[in-house]
Structure formats: C-alpha cells, structure tokens
Design a protein around this ligand. Structure first.
Ligand code: SF4
Length: 629
C-alpha cells in the first residue's frame, strides 16, 4: 500500500505536519503533512486516524478476532492521535479529537473521540497527527510543544492513578498544558482500560489505555501555541454563526442537554421503556418515582455545582457536582444506567462516585457498569458467584476499584464479559456484548435500528456509531414522522440506520460532537465549514461518499481480521425473550430480517462483505487487494 504522506502543504486550519514517535528506538521525527486528496477522502479524526493504521500494518498478520486482540497489545500495533480539520477553530463542539488503534477488547479497528483541550493544543504545537509505534524499554511519557518533542522517563509515575499523574505533570510543565494519561488498569493492559484527558474527558471504549500500557507509555503532555488559520474567514464566520444559532434554537441542544446534561435522557428513555434495568433482565420495570431518584432533574436541582464543557462548546453537557460533601464529575447518562438501573441502585452518590472511580483508575465506565450487571445476574441466578448482587452499594464501589487495580474479583472482571463468559460458560447468557464490546444503556429489543446498529458497528456494541436513539426517542430534525414508531422495521428504517452510521462517521472524522446530529445543521453547512476553514473545495456529494468510504474501509479491515456475518449479532436475550415490562413491553429484536435488508441496501453480499462494484466506486480497491478480501 502506498504512503499517504504527501507534500507538506499548509491549508489554513490544517497544519501540514505529522509527528512520528518510535518508542522502540526512542526517536521522534517530524513527518510531512497528509495529502490533500486524503483529507478529502478520509476527512480527518476517525477516518484518517484509521487509514494511518491500516496503511502501516498492511495485511493484518492474524486471521481471527482472538489473534487480533492479542496483536493489539504488541509493539506492532500503532496508536494515532488524530485531530480534525476543524479542531482548534471556533466552530461549536470542535474542541475534540480522535484516537485510532486495533482494539484489545474487540479485535476490530477502533476509533475513540474525546474532548478537553488536548486536540487543540496538539494542533497548536503544529501537528495534525501524533503517530506512536513500538514499545519503550521503560515507562515513559511524551512532552510536545512547538519547540520541544521529547520522550521522558516515567518510572516515578508508573502505578499512580490518573488524577495524581495529571497533577504531577501539570506541576512540572505548567497549568496551560493538557495531559493525557493512563491509570493502573492501562498499565496492566486491562482490555477495558481508557485514557484520561485533563481528568474529565476519556478515550473510553475498546481498550485504548491497554494499548498505551503495552507500549510502556504512561502519558502525553501537549502545549502548543501556534495560531490555527482559516482559509476564507468571512465566509467561515457566516456559516459558523448559522451553526451556533441552530444549536441554540433546537431545544434538545439549546436547553435540555445544556441544563441537565446527558442524564436528561433518564426520564425520556424510561418512559419509552428503552432504559436497561438489571442487565436488561427487567427492562421497563422502573417507576417514575424511582427513576427520578437519579434523573437529570434531581441532579440539576440538588447537586449541580458548575458546568465543565469540552473546550468552547456552547451545549456544555458535562458538569461538576457537589454531592455528599464532595466535588465530583457528573456521571453521564450511560454511567447513570451502568451504576444505577443496570445494577439495581438508585443512590445518586454511588452512581457519581463509581463514575469518578472509573476515571481515577482509568477504566471505561460503560464497560464497567455492564460488567457489574453481568456479575450480579450471574451471582443471583446461581451461574457463578462473583460475590455481588443487585443494589449492593458498597459492593459497586469495591468492585469498580478492584477492576481498576486488577485485584480481587476485579482481576477477572477487568477482562470484559466475553472473556469471563468463556472462562465460566454457564454465565454466557448474562454476558451482554457484541464482538466483545459491552452493550451501553439502550435495550436493543425496544428500538428497531438500535439492534442493527449494535450488531454492525465497526467496533462492537456502540450507541455512538449509529445514533438510532436520536431517531427513535428524541426525533432528530430530519427524522420522517413515520419512523418515530420505534418498532417499525421497513426499508426506510434500514436506510435511516445507514444514514446515522454515516453521520457518526462524519462527526467522528470532522471531529465535531455527535450531538450536532440532533440539530438542523445539515451536510451543506458542514461541507461549507470544512471548505472555508481548510481552503479545500469540499462538495456535499464528496463528503457523503467519504462517509461511505470510511465505513466500508472499516468493514474490509474487520473482514480481513476474521470477523464474519455471524459476528453481526446481539446477545440471545434480545431475540428470544420479550421485553418484560413498561413502555416497550412485548418487543423482540428482529435482527435476522433487519440484517438481510441492511446487507442488500449497503451493497454487501450475503456474507456481509462489500461487493466489488462498491469498493471500486469508493476507491477502496487497493485496500481490498492488500487485505486479500
Ligand atoms: S455537547 Fe457535551 S460532549 Fe459534545 S462537545 Fe459539548 S460538552 Fe463535549
């Protein structure tokens, strides 16, 4: 496969340089910028980050998902920190960046999106991407500014939690810097380990932290000061003003998320009967009064201390609480499910504290909450005794901490539910995952398209890779009325699911917040933002084709990694047991039918592999040939 590094070209909001770190050789070199053609074809963030991985590895040196998971923790796995074409500009929600790697949890190609000032300061140091290869001999961290690119010893940081590591490095390098770091879970390569940025924003899902641990990389500190340009300032300002106004005007982003945060969803999803309860065994079995104990309104009224948005975001869904005499970050909706309804707990402090412990030790909160539900149901139903049952408040905090430290029952549970169920086969029915990635909060039986989204997501169960919740229960601006019927499964629903997958590709690659998908901001607006910021002429049709290219590139990669149509599945519970209670009582996933329609609509064969005409159209033939698919 040819190199994607082209002539260095400064395109206003694109810096035109990359930074290559070889940890094995202990060497850092500046690389050329990425070709303009590839920015257009892969947009940035998720798309370009993964492309930099695929081109580096070429044909995967493995042929099964299990081998892929093992490969993910070898020095040959590459880790890419990739900014987007709008990172560091004034575009609302652009204070984000992507990371890409082969996942040690799922074995798939994976890209995570995180907030904080990390992406902006990376770009202001002059780099569109930081590419990390190899493995250091001893624990180390990277220090990157406009003038300095250094590998430092981190032996004295090894073993420390993320909060302490963050504070020590800021003390050393100045408070303006931003720190990304792993905690003890990452150091021991736990497949659910994440990377913390500035204590409150995480590259969370599918084990990014374990990849750093396997490389002996404890942290990356960035602090750039360069100006990020805009190619056509006047036109850019105009469209940017329009986007900001649309965000404000839509109640979901202008009011609900702004005031309550993502946990505004607690009552909404509970009312629809889509909020998982007790590892999805009792979905719908939650009264309004009980739900209210951990609702957005309750946290807003009783515990809100301050907002803590991603850099420059007017929506500002993140916040700080004052609860039980402590200042703690508010748990997101997914964690309020995970440490709340999923485990039979309605104590707002326990929910919040469990989320904070995940951040401290560096583990993914969605996986951790899901794993607790698995452990509790397995114990209660007599399949295997993990020593914890529904609603055990002290047990929730204890087991989260044990997963973070890799001790006690946490030493097994930090491997994820798939591997635990392989070890204890009698617990398999309670392991809620797709391709090894633990399910998030939404019960996939209750919304057609959510099941399909989980099953066909490029990195396993993931609500953010196809936000069909937006269509089914929130009603995005562009949702046709008839599709608001949650259980309807027709060609339009399939087309809409594909559209949402592509929308996720776009926002992850541009890198903007997916919540813009809940506003009337359209593809013309986003194409215009990209064109006016970078100076590249980006038409809407090129953008739409790029989204499809990236999604199908991910599919080709996973096919070459040994994933088949059989892996596009969801746990048995959702296709065999009807939803027992509440607003969605009696629903059952019809995934088999949906998958057939989806493959046809996508241009994939019955085996789930993109047809040759499609890869030709998407300019993916060279990749396909290299992969031997
Ligand atoms: S809406 Fe929330 S997650 Fe999205 S950019 Fe703003 S603060 Fe960050």
């Amino acid at each position: 496969m040819s190199s994607i590094m082209g002539k260095t070209k400064k395109m206003s909001s694109i810096m035109g340089k990359t930074l290559h770190v070889d940890l094995t050789k202990g060497k850092i070199t500046e690389g050329k910028g990425i070709e303009e053609k590839l920015w257009k074809q892969y947009i940035g963030g998720r798309g370009l980050g993964e492309k930099l991985i695929w081109d580096h590895i070429g044909k995967p040196p493995y042929s099964t998902p299990d081998e892929a998971r093992k490969f993910a923790l070898t020095p040959e796995n590459r880790y890419v920190i990739m900014t987007g074409p709008l990172t560091g500009t004034p575009v609302p929600t652009s204070g984000r960046f992507a990371v890409a790697f082969i996942s040690p949890l799922s074995g798939t190609t994976s890209a995570c999106i995180a907030g904080s000032r990390f992406g902006m300061l990376t770009k202001r140091a002059g780099y569109d991407a930081i590419i990390i290869d190899g493995k250091a001999e001893n624990p180390c961290y990277l220090y990157i500014t406009d003038e300095t690119q250094e590998i430092h010893d981190a032996s004295d940081l090894w073993g420390k939690i993320t909060y302490e590591t963050n504070d020590i490095l800021l003390e050393k390098h100045g408070k303006r810097a931003c720190v990304a770091c792993i905690g003890p879970a990452g150091e021991m390569c736990a497949p659910i380990a994440n990377i913390a940025h500035n204590k409150d924003s995480f590259a969370g899902r599918t084990g990014a932290g374990a990849v750093w641990g396997s490389k002996n990389l404890k942290a990356v500190v960035v602090n750039g000061k360069q100006k990020i340009g805009i190619a056509k300032p006047e036109e850019f300002k105009e469209v940017n003003r329009k986007v900001a106004a649309l965000i404000k005007e839509k109640p979901t982003t202008g009011e609900y998320l702004h005031t309550r945060g993502t946990i505004v969803l607690m009552h909404v999803e509970n009312m629809h009967g889509t909020l998982g309860v007790k590892n999805f065994s009792e979905t719908g079995n939650l009264s309004y009064e009980d739900c209210n104990k951990i609702s957005g309104e309750t946290f807003w009224n009783n515990h809100l201390f301050d907002r803590a948005p991603c850099y420059g975001c007017p929506i500002g869904c993140h916040r700080q609480l004052y609860i039980n005499g402590k200042f703690l970050p508010q748990a997101e909706y997914e964690l309020t499910w995970g440490f709340g309804t999923n485990v039979g707990n309605l104590d707002p402090y326990i929910v919040t504290k469990a989320g904070e412990l995940c951040g401290r030790y560096g583990i993914d909160g969605i996986s951790a909450g899901n794993i607790l539900g698995y452990a509790m149901e397995s114990t209660v139903k007599g399949a295997h005794d993990f020593g914890i049952t529904w609603g055990d408040k002290e047990g929730i905090l204890r087991v989260v901490e044990e997963m973070g430290k890799g001790v006690g029952v946490g030493a097994e549970l930090q491997m994820g539910v798939k591997r635990c169920a392989e070890k204890y086969p009698e617990t398999a029915d309670y392991a809620m995952h797709v391709k090894g990635n633990e399910l998030p909060a939404y019960d996939p039986r209750t919304m057609a398209g959510v099941d399909l989204g989980y099953a066909t997501s490029p990195r396993g169960a993931d609500h953010m890779k196809s936000y069909m919740v937006g269509c089914n229960t929130l009603g995005t601006q562009i949702t046709p009325k008839e599709l608001l019927e949650r259980t309807i499964l027709n060609k339009d629903k399939i087309t809409f699911t594909i559209g949402m997958q592509h929308e996720s590709v776009f926002y992850d690659s541009a890198v903007l917040c997916l919540f813009l998908a809940l506003t009337p901001v359209g593809v013309e607006d986003t194409a215009s933002l990209l064109s006016t910021a970078t100076g590249m002429d980006m038409s809407t049709s090129e953008l739409i084709t790029s989204e499809e290219r990236i999604f199908n590139g991910e599919r080709l990669w996973n096919t070459a990694s040994g994933f088949t149509a059989d892996d596009d599945s969801i746990p048995k519970r959702f296709t065999t047991e009807q939803t027992p209670y509440g607003g969605s009582k009696g629903t059952l996933s019809r995934l088999k039918k949906a998958k057939k329609m989806f493959y046809e609509e996508r241009g994939w064969g019955k085996d789930g592999v993109p047809e040759p005409w499609l890869t030709k159209y998407l300019d993916l033939d060279e990749m396909r040939k290299t992969l031997g698919v």
